[in-house]
Design a protein around this ligand. Sequence first.
Ligand SMILES: [Zn+2]
Ligand SMILES: [Zn+2]
Length: 174
Amino acid sequence: MLIDLSDILSAEKKEKSVTVPIEFTEISYKGNQYPVTASDVKLEITNQGKKKLLIQMEFQATLRIPCDRCLEDVVIEVPVCEEKVVDFNFLKTEENDDQDEFNFMDGCNLDVDMLAYGEISLAIPMKVLCKEDCKGICSVCGCNRNLVSCDCDTTVPDPRMSAIYDIFNNFKEV
Ligand SMILES: [Zn+2]
Ligand SMILES: [Zn+2]
């Protein structure tokens, strides 16, 4: 949803509080799309003067992403409580290509979905595990070793090898 900020920009010290729903239902992670649900986004926007706006946001997102090792869905709660300062003096210099940080601004409009999407993306852990000691999928018979104990010989004597097995499993997902 786009929020027009021109009225706040027009007067210093002006504040605005809005609560808006998120309109996307999927989020991209390591090249795949996964379902996301989120609470409404609470926004507090304050004109700090000199064309700078402080944007404070708070919401809670819930993601379902498969475990890196066993591929079972993992529910990830992502609480977001962040603030950003948007400097419109800086935004005006459109020649600057390095605007990714403010890709949620479209002129005087704040794209709440883009802002929330960016924050959720940043909050997803690099490694998604259903549990710290997830046994993963057997590389021989393919069973979920958290649920079934097969008799395959997959002994990993060196802990450094488990990292290699993780890489192997990631390749299998593709
Ligand atoms: Zn797992
Ligand atoms: Zn097995």
